[in-house]
Design a protein around this ligand. Structure first.
Ligand SMILES: Cc1cc2nc3c(=O)[nH]c(=O)nc-3n(C[C@H](O)[C@H](O)[C@H](O)COP(=O)(O)O)c2cc1C
Length: 410
């Protein structure tokens, strides 16, 4: 079941009970923030990470997000070998000669006193465009990968100008390679808005509806629309994309950012010949923002698109099994990782799988569907929170119904 019709929760004494009446919420601690210690006995059957989404079966929900980790045949092969559930290749367009990348194109934010150069990387900005490799080369590599790994899921990420014939040609050509699905990059924050590409479409619902219409009339494989967070209400373009025939939503792409200003040279970073341009922010620092955006899309999908096999792919700052579990608990079917792979390598998937299994064992979940989306119902309005608190205060006394969050120790 890949739609946002959420599965019934398995009986589990360690799990927070339903807030079926206001008084039930009193005195309950929030579920632990995925501490990832294994409490299950050795004899317990291993949790099954398999996911089925839009008719595609993946060995686990972990998907390489479009970007440098899916830039060519060699690295995508590596991803399959290491065990990633699916790979989304770097975004391609018809004419790569129009894509001119610059160097340097990355800047990093490190944790630690006064931005110490030695701290852990928590934020990553890029001003990288889509693939600048010739489309013919990328298509040849997709075909080769599908021949060598027929059972593995390869997804093409595509982006084109505001031109119906161009979109149709690109879809036709990527589909001929045997790829399993297409993700549409409606979200590149720094890519050629003057040509109505990327976020320029994702930020304009009328344009998005028209372009999605062209795409879905042509495509014969599942289509995921990748959303930009650089918009007031991300659920609006997500709704338009689903209404216009897309099978799934991916969120989020990077967040528009300026990494910093060099206080010696007074120039912004990353600095190219003395100048810069706003970039896209990713990695750990964006994870809470991504969870917020995914939550709002999931709520919208649950109430308006629960009748069909629609899917949701959560993206942003995933480095641990716990980070991934959070997206799944909000209703995501799959979880994409891009910067995490750039920092920790393709072997990261083994750690992600084992940590996700540990979380599942801790709660006695056997499959992803046992817990997918169960945290969505604990979001309510601020007014409701206030009402709950009042009732609690009057009814029981001065005991907080919530333990403090342990978000910091992911
Ligand atoms: C260097 C870099 C290049 C990227 N290139 C693309 C791209 O070509 N197409 C795309 O859809 N997203 C691209 N992304 C966005 C990622 O797929 C992802 O949506 C975003 O970085 C947030 O996830 P993360 O924190 O796991 O990286 C890129 C991200 C980075 C860091």
């Amino acid at each position: 079941m890949a739609s946002l019709k959420l599965p019934p929760l398995k009986p589990n004494p360690s799990f927070i009970p339903e807030r079926s009446s206001k008084t039930l919420s009193l005195g309950l601690a929030r579920p632990n923030r995925v501490g990832l210690r294994v409490f299950a006995s050795e004899s317990q059957e291993a949790p099954d990470l398999t996911v089925k989404v839009n008719g595609l079966t993946m060995p686990n929900p972990f998907v390489i997000g479009s970007g440098p980790p899916g830039t060519n045949y060699t690295v995508m092969k590596r991803a399959f070998e290491e065990g990633w559930g699916a790979v989304i290749a770097k975004t391609v367009s018809l004419d790569a000669s129009k894509v001119i990348n610059v160097t340097p194109r990355y800047a990093r934010l490190k944790a630690g006193a006064n931005g110490s150069a030695k701290g852990q990387i928590i934020g990553w900005e890029n001003i990288e465009l889509i693939s600048d490799r010739p489309l013919e080369t990328m298509l040849k590599e997709f075909k080769q990968l599908k021949e060598e790994y027929p059972d593995r899921i390869l997804i093409a990420s595509i982006m084109e100008e505001y031109d119906k014939a161009a979109w149709e040609e690109l879809i036709d050509r990527v589909e001929q390679t045997g790829i399993d699905a297409i993700e549409i990059n409606f979200s590149c924050p720094h890519g050629m808005p003057e040509r109505k590409m990327g976020a320029a479409v994702g930020q304009d619902c009328l344009l998005l509806e028209e372009v999605c219409g062209w795409i879905n009339a042509k495509a014969t494989v599942p289509v995921w629309a990748k959303m930009t967070p650089n918009i007031t209400d991300i659920s609006q373009p997500a709704r338009v994309a689903l209404r216009s025939g897309c099978e799934g939503i991916s969120a989020i792409n990077t967040i528009m950012s300026v990494m910093g200003i060099n206080l010696t040279t007074l120039r912004p970073e990353p600095c190219v010949e003395g100048y810069s341009t706003p970039g896209g922010y990713s990695a750990k620092a964006v994870h809470p923002i991504a969870l917020g955006k995914v939550m709002s899309i999931a709520k919208m999908m649950e109430s308006e698109f629960s009748e069909k096999d629609y899917s949701l792919s959560g993206i942003g700052g995933v480095e641990t099994g716990g980070d991934a579990a959070e997206f799944l608990l909000l209703g995501a079917n799959t979880v994409q990782v891009c910067t995490g792979v750039m920092m920790h390598g393709y072997g990261l998937v083994k750690k992600l799988c084992s940590e996700l299994k540990d979380f599942m064992k801790m709660h006695n979940f056997s499959t992803i569907e046992d817990f997918r989306g169960v945290s969505l119902k604990y979001f309510t309005t601020h007014t409701d929170l206030h009402d709950f608190k009042l009732i609690h205060f009057v009814g029981i006394g001065n005991v907080s119904p919530c333990s403090s969050s342990s978000k910091g120790n992911a």
